[in-house]
Design a protein around this ligand. Structure first.
Ligand code: UGA
Length: 432
């Protein structure tokens, strides 16, 4: 079986490389010729731990190849995975499916024998039906099977998540194709992954409902953290106490800044917008979106309070600016709201991120990239720990700040308050 991954973003590249590492022949396709040329030279366009090594290993073994020729790659393959982006449509909450439908049209005109066509991208329920219509216009029904197989990997943990998923969801009623896919995924099933076959529409919705539920969990604990701050309770105790209930579970109960990234913000919007289309009001998810939007302002107000509302010319350091650790992804990071707002109020901001300079801040007044933690802390009045990188977990603030009285606002609850206060610093964190 030869596999073809269309789109070399997080989902397409990671899945393609991992499938090749499991012994399959995989061709990764992207219309971005420069990206493909770089990949052929072993240069990976995204920061993802372990990915570069896996790309190079499998490319050398010739199980993995790269191409910008979609038609040729489709003709040579048996299973085609659509892994292109589904961002939010400009000026609306809907998912922009133009890349999905363009690719579907191209694939449908390149079919020379039976192919399994799989949507791995996150797509609203009934998108598979629309793709099928595109194919029916061009081909006879026996030549293809349109299946939904959503991907649940996280950025920063992508390879591990792909190889050890909790579940593999296959949305199809085509028994023959399902058998082929079960065989393709058998190395992961034998490692403990559950294999679930559902209707195509159910598989599409499982992905959105999962992301929306996780976003709800985070937003819920963030709001409880607000209450903890007012009542002198430690949010960590609440997360542990709640998480020990097996019905709730302990993961995704870490309070912090507004959730961000390329998925939760867009997917929560898209699912409510799809439901609206069917006259269903997903009011819980709508509240989550609203609460998360307010969260950056809430934390900003706390910053103003910490600095006694005197922001002009105050030196603020951001440790980490990406939406979470182990990624260089800035999409919907709360730093994109907080840094410009503080700059507007006259603060002088230095940031250090292990993944380096961020073009998003290059045009913002008085915002400077630092090349080290040490450099970023020099002369700082307030240090904001924004992202939970391991690099920030054992900073010797006393040494680096050289006796300067500085305030630390730990938005990821990395440090024990006592440890920092004992070093003579004012310390604030989330929900404690
Ligand atoms: C998310 C899902 O976790 C994946 O299962 C899914 O496949 C992916 O979206 C997608 O749709 O492609 P990802 O966006 O990489 O993955 O990031 P997460 O690790 O889920 O984090 C999302 C946001 O939630 C981050 O801003 C993170 O800091 C925040 N978060 C997460 C918390 O604030 N608290 C937590 O306890 C967990």
């Amino acid at each position: 079986m030869k596999l073809c991954m269309i789109g070399t973003g997080y989902v397409g590249l990671v899945s393609g490389v991992c499938f090749s590492d499991l012994g399959n022949d995989v061709i990764c396709v992207d219309k971005d010729i420069k990206k493909i040329e770089k990949l052929k030279k072993g240069k990976v366009p995204i920061y993802e731990p372990g990915l570069s090594e896996l790309v190079n290993k499998n490319y050398k073994n010739k199980r993995l190849s790269f191409s910008s020729d979609l038609k040729k790659s489709v003709k040579e393959s048996d299973i085609i995975f659509i892994c292109v982006g589904t961002p939010t449509k400009k000026g609306s909450s809907k998912a922009d499916l133009s890349q999905i439908f363009n690719v579907a049209k191209e694939i449908s005109s390149s079919i020379n024998k039976f192919k399994i066509i799989i949507t791995k991208s996150t797509v609203p329920v009934t998108t598979g039906d629309e793709i099928e219509k595109i194919f029916l216009k061009k081909n006879n029904k026996k030549k293809f099977s349109i299946i939904s197989n959503p991907e649940f990997l996280r950025e920063g943990e992508a390879i591990r998540d792909f190889i050890y998923p909790d579940r593999i969801v296959i949305g199809t009623n085509d028994k023959k194709s399902n058998k082929i896919l079960k065989n393709l995924y058998s190395p992961l099933i034998s490692k403990g992954a559950s294999y679930l076959t559902t209707s195509r529409r159910a598989a599409e919705l499982i992905k959105y409902a999962s992301n929306a539920f996780l976003a709800t969990k985070i937003t819920f604990i963030n709001e409880i953290a607000n209450l903890c701050e007012k009542t002198g309770i430690n949010i960590e105790d609440i997360s542990i106490g709640m998480g020990l209930d097996k019905r709730i579970g302990s993961r995704f109960l870490r309070a912090g800044p507004a959730y961000g990234g390329s998925c939760f913000p867009k997917d929560t919007k898209a699912i409510t917008s799809t439901a609206d289309k069917f006259a269903i009001n997903l009011s819980v998810i709508k509240s989550v979106i609203k609460s998360n939007k307010n969260r950056s302002n809430l934390l900003l107000n706390k910053v103003y309070e910490i600095l006694n509302k005197k922001i002009k010319n105050r030196k603020i350091t951001f440790l980490g600016v990406t939406f979470k650790a182990n990624t260089d992804d800035m999409r919907d990071s709360s730093s994109l709201t907080m840094i410009p707002a503080l700059s507007k109020k006259g603060a002088i901001i230095k940031y250090y991120d292990p993944t380096g300079f961020k073009k998003e801040f290059s045009k913002i007044k008085n915002v400077y990239n630092s090349n080290s933690i040490k450099q970023s802390l020099e002369g700082s009045d307030l240090v904001i720990i924004h992202t939970e990188w391991n690099d920030f977990k054992s900073i010797n603030f006393k040494n680096l700040l050289k006796g300067k009285k500085c305030i630390i606002y730990d938005m990821r609850n990395i440090y024990s308050p006592k440890k920092i206060i004992d070093q003579g610093f004012k310390y604030y964190s989330i929900g404690r």
